[in-house]
Design a protein around this ligand. Structure first.
Ligand code: NI
Length: 186
């Protein structure tokens, strides 16, 4: 089932998401399926719980559509991160352009650390701790930010913030156009 994606201005995007009680969570498998379906429908490579209105510490990522000769490692990078906690960030800050399904129409360069270590439960509820670098580290940090109520526009330069201020203000008022199912505040 395709879920509506919550748009900038929705309070749930600003809340710190909580760990899921995986033993008692209702329909976790169904939620994961729905999150992937929603993400594919909107042409995204990542989607976090708060973006579908849930203040739960879960996100999904699938980089396989971006796989290439240069980046064969993306091919198998379809993952679910449950109760995710970044345990270490390192490496130099890199500036790369990002977008977000909750902030349609805005793309800006965002500084992020080049490497990240993350502890989480996979879709079989097995605990894992993994180290990522490059674009994978970036996508993970972007999605992880959602779990902490942080959006990529919080991390852009003061000048760029001023440039997108009106667009964001319109989004907060529900003035936004996009071709997937969304939920605005109004
Ligand atoms: Ni996002």
């Amino acid at each position: 089932m395709i879920l509506p994606i919550y748009i900038y201005g929705q309070p749930v995007l600003r809340k710190v998401a909580q760990d899921i009680d995986v033993e008692n969570y209702l329909n976790l498998k169904e939620l994961i399926d729905n999150m992937f379906e929603t993400m594919y429908y909107a042409d995204g490579v990542g989607l976090a719980g708060p973006q579908v209105g849930l203040s739960d510490r879960i996100f999904v990522v699938d980089l396989s559509p971006l796989a290439s000769d240069e980046h064969p490692e993306f091919k198998d990078f379809k993952k679910v991160f449950i109760n995710a906690h970044i345990t270490e960030r390192s490496g130099d800050l890199e500036m790369v352009e990002e977008g977000c399904l909750s902030i349609p129409g805005i793309h800006e360069k965002v500084p992020r650390e080049g490497e990240v270590t993350i502890a989480y439960l996979d879709e079989d509820l097995q605990p894992r701790e993994e180290h990522y670098s490059g674009f994978m580290a970036r996508v993970i940090q972007h999605e992880y930010d959602h779990l902490d109520g942080v959006l990529f526009t919080d991390r852009i330069s003061p000048l760029r913030k001023r440039m997108v201020k009106n667009k964001l203000a319109n989004m907060e008022k529900g003035k936004v156009a996009c071709d997937y199912k969304i939920r605005t505040v109004r």
